[in-house]
Design a binder for this molecule. Sequence first.
Ligand SMILES: Cc1cc2nc3c(=O)[nH]c(=O)nc-3n(C[C@H](O)[C@H](O)[C@H](O)COP(=O)(O)OP(=O)(O)OC[C@H]3O[C@@H](n4cnc5c(N)ncnc54)[C@H](O)[C@@H]3O)c2cc1C
Length: 442
Amino acid sequence: MFNEHIRSWGNNFNCSANEYSCSSVSLAAEIVRSCTSHGIIPRGAGRSYGDQSLNSGGGLLSLQRSEDSNGYVVTDSGLVTVNGESSIGDLLSAVIPQGWLLPVVPGSESITIGGALAADAHGKNHFHRSSLASWCKEMNVMIADGSIIHCSTETERDLFWATVGGLGLTGLIISATLQLQKITGSCLEVNTKSYSRFSCLFEGLKIASKSNEYAVAWLDLLSERHPGRGIVKSAHLDKNRNLERGRVDTKSINFPLSPSVNFITRPMCSIHNSLKYGSSLITRGTAITPISDFLFPLDKVSNWKNLYGRAGLMQWQFVVPDEDSLLLENIIKDIGNTDLLPSLAVLKRCGKESGSYLSFCRPGWTLAIDFPANAKARDLLVGFDKSIAEVGGRVYLAKDSCLDADLIHKMYPKLDKWKSIRRYFDPKNVWQSDFSRRLNLI
Ligand SMILES: Cc1cc2nc3c(=O)[nH]c(=O)nc-3n(C[C@H](O)[C@H](O)[C@H](O)COP(=O)(O)OP(=O)(O)OC[C@H]3O[C@@H](n4cnc5c(N)ncnc54)[C@H](O)[C@@H]3O)c2cc1C
């Protein structure tokens, strides 16, 4: 069906495209075989902040979600085979009560397994568990001629490592076999600490990342006196709670927000940050919470992105190596000297890279910041991107809205290898997107 109003999650991109939501794999193959010169791109839950799953003038392909045909049967060794269109929430709801957890969980339960693998998503524990590709054993991928190739770390390795992190540009992930982690309880013991200065928060997060399963910091980048003050939340699995309590049942508040008004102004954000920081001084300490409360905080308000008005938001996420963490501090200070409005900022520790040719996370620190989308903000961010590339850092492609195509080679040294594998499996450029054209990826 032709749809003129398909928007990115951040509302900052839109496209007119043919949307194909197929009831069967064979129907999807027929559509792929007959696609036009504008190509087609897989679309999951549409949780990409930017244009990764948009394709102006072409097609968007998804398989209809139903009860997972693989049934979420977990083997004794913790392997589960899941359809690409299943959501992270569906999978967790099915496996947590059986005593299993996905070792890497991105920050929204709506994200699909296919979308998470195509981004090689990471969670709040990258320093322990790397990214999702490291827990994927095998996949069935529909390539450009409509055939399905079974690939794994042993067979069709190139297709496997180009598809995880490949943002849909090598094919449609039909199903994936994932290694789960055994759990005996399903609640988390969460510790909250606030820090009035960035230097102390940074040390606090370092320590928390060493001794906990999960660790994440929220930063107040709008504080004039202490930019980068904030809250560190760390957590480990509480072995004493029963499994049922950890079921994923995120209750979201649905404010009647239409994107006609922009609520994200500097005074509003400053007040919000001060209240959040102030209340953490009262709530600090330890609490037991269901896994989903800690892992999916943004799912609690279902349409928060509409607060940004018609222009929408962009999320900018970068990683810098350990030895260049000073750059992180400088970027935080420099943002304070610009007109940029960092409405939400989250810092995490990164560990070992996965084998994906386009893996984002590398050992170091990753900062994700939401900004209201506008041309000036894009220009300013491109300036920061240059310094990040200089030290061997990267911008996260799965969330990108403004990267300069000339910088991507520097950030992703295996890009040429990825491109040659992509060309081999898709010589006619069937798989393409607004994102791939913006960054000259095909
Ligand atoms: C609130 C929120 C929190 C987030 N938290 C995190 C986080 O903690 N860590 C993190 O790493 N990311 C995070 N993300 C980003 C998210 O993981 C990625 O954008 C992910 O790709 C979105 O998946 P989706 O199912 O929504 O797919 P879409 O947005 O529809 O598509 C995303 C990309 O995946 C491709 N794709 C989708 N389905 C398939 C398939 N079956 N086969 C092949 N390719 C496919 C698309 O072509 C596109 O390139 C977050 C996003 C949001 C909105």
